[in-house]
Write a new protein. Structure first.
Length: 236
């Protein structure tokens, strides 16, 4: 591990109430509504493993023509267990980090929070993915994970449920990041994604969140204009 930018693989996501309508044509239109809703339904993205631990799962978004493929995933949030699509962050600069609660680098949560506070309003989104892939240094209980990142370190950025980030069980986002910039070598590996939804530079675990090199790259990406609809489609 070193502090250098890792830029290549070699370097390492109503029920209609009864309506008092009498016109047959209106009723025929209403009858089609449930079919449309079913077509747009996205599968649930939270699952429970054999040990009873909630794990983050992903599924493609069915109606995401303007969402870059790198963000076309859904994950369950640690704070409330609800699922959300990463497509919501299209047009923002995204910092993806695989985190752990029992690692020597765990205090980097403080730096990630500092980045969130300084740059969120300018367009940076920090996304943390707790993982036990490296020496099982993450709690198996989501409540304990929450105590670490929210209570101990005051994280206000997005943290998802525990997930796999390396190997054959790696979630699809990390598979794409691995193919583009190499797999994480340890906890707190950092990937940047530009406003256009394309992978930016990656940094090893020893690069602190407030390291000058990382901040410089964040500033560069933030200075880029938000993508047009055509650019978003090209990133797919």
């Amino acid at each position: 591990m070193n502090d250098d930018i890792l830029s290549s693989p070699s370097q390492s996501v109503a029920q209609l109430g009864p309506l008092a309508l009498r016109r047959p044509r209106v009723w025929s239109l209403l009858a089609a509504v449930p079919l449309v809703a079913m077509a747009m339904t996205v599968p649930a993205s939270a699952a429970t493993d054999a040990g009873g631990t909630r794990t983050a799962q992903t599924s493609p978004i069915s109606n995401s023509a303007q969402c870059p493929s790198l963000l076309d995933h859904r994950f369950s949030r640690l704070r409330d267990g609800q699922t959300e699509s990463l497509c919501a962050y299209t047009g923002r600069v995204v910092l993806v980090v695989n985190t752990a609660s029992k690692c020597g680098f765990t205090p980097q949560y403080e730096g990630l929070q500092a980045l969130h506070q300084k740059y969120s309003a300018r367009g940076l989104t920090v996304l943390a993915f707790p993982s036990g892939d490296f020496l099982d240094q993450e709690h198996s209980n989501r409540t304990d994970i929450a105590k670490t990142c929210f209570d101990q370190y005051g994280a206000q950025f997005m943290v998802y449920d525990r997930t796999a980030v390396v190997g054959r069980d790696a979630n699809p986002l990390f598979v794409q990041l691995r193919d583009a910039r190499g797999a994480p070598r340890w906890n707190f590996h950092k990937y940047l994604i530009g406003r256009d939804g394309k992978p930016g530079p990656a940094f090893g675990s020893t690069t602190e969140p407030l390291d000058a090199k990382l901040i410089s790259e964040i500033e560069k990406l933030l200075s880029s204009p938000a993508p047009t609809k055509t650019a978003a489609l090209n990133a797919h």
